[in-house]
Structures are given as structure tokens and as C-alpha cells.
Design a protein around this ligand. Structure first.
Ligand code: TYC
Length: 113
């Protein structure tokens, strides 16, 4: 083995086809998280919203009541942060449950920055 080969041996995968020696940075980016938001409206009963928060977001009654009141007063609130798939499922569950009970409750998701 020539001296050059020997010197390059342990960095062969930093070179590739380009001839440029760049450090191969390990890419282990965490997947993005998504906020699930509940929106206020004038018609959905407060007790229904509390029930939704208990049923689909695992909150106890006091936590659920507090978040419901925040939505009622501020217009919206984050009710949880999840992976894309879980957030999508929560939104679908809430929207379906509200629609089946004929309430206009809206639930959306938003990528966390
Ligand atoms: N504003 C509704 C009312 O006064 C209650 C409500 C709270 C509705 C939160 C939606 O996401 C909501 N009955």
C-alpha cells in the first residue's frame, strides 16, 4: 500500500466522488412536533369541551376545565404536543366526535417551531 492510500484509508467515506474532503456529519434530526389547538366558538357547550379534553387528551377534570376556560376566554389554546401521526389522529377524533354530536367545535394542528 502506498503512503497516500494509507493516509486516505480512514477518511475514504468523507471524500465520495467529489474529491472534496468534508466531515460526514451524523444526521439524526428529531422529527418535528405538532401542537394540537382547540378553537373557541359560541355554541359548543362548555361541558362537552371538558369531556373532549378528558376523553382524547387524558386530562383530569380540573385540567380539562382550566384549558376549556382558556379557550373560551382567549379564543384558542394548545391542548397537547405530539408527533405528526398522533396529532392527526387527535384532530380527527375530536372533529369526528364534535360532528357526531352536532357541535361546531374546531380542532387543528400546527408545526412547532
Ligand atoms: N364558548 C363556548 C360557550 O360559551 C364554550 C367553548 C369553550 C367552546 C371552548 C369551544 O373550544 C371551545 N358555550
Amino acid at each position: 500500500m502506498r503512503l497516500d492510500d494509507f493516509m486516505m484509508a480512514d477518511r475514504s467515506d468523507e471524500d465520495g466522488e467529489t474529491g472534496l474532503l468534508t466531515k460526514a456529519k451524523p444526521k439524526t434530526k428529531r422529527p418535528p412536533l405538532y401542537k394540537v389547538l382547540l378553537l373557541n366558538d359560541d355554541f359548543t357547550p362548555m361541558e362537552f369541551v371538558v369531556h373532549v379534553l378528558e376523553r382524547f387528551f387524558g386530562l383530569n377534570h380540573a385540567q380539562a376545565f382550566e384549558i376549556m376556560l382558556t379557550v373560551h376566554k382567549k379564543g384558542l389554546a394548545v391542548v397537547g404536543v405530539f408527533s405528526h401521526e398522533i396529532a392527526e389522529t387527535k384532530v380527527a377524533q375530536v372533529m369526528d366526535f364534535a360532528r357526531r354530536h352536532q357541535h361546531p367545535l374546531q380542532c387543528t394542528m400546527e408545526k412547532e417551531e
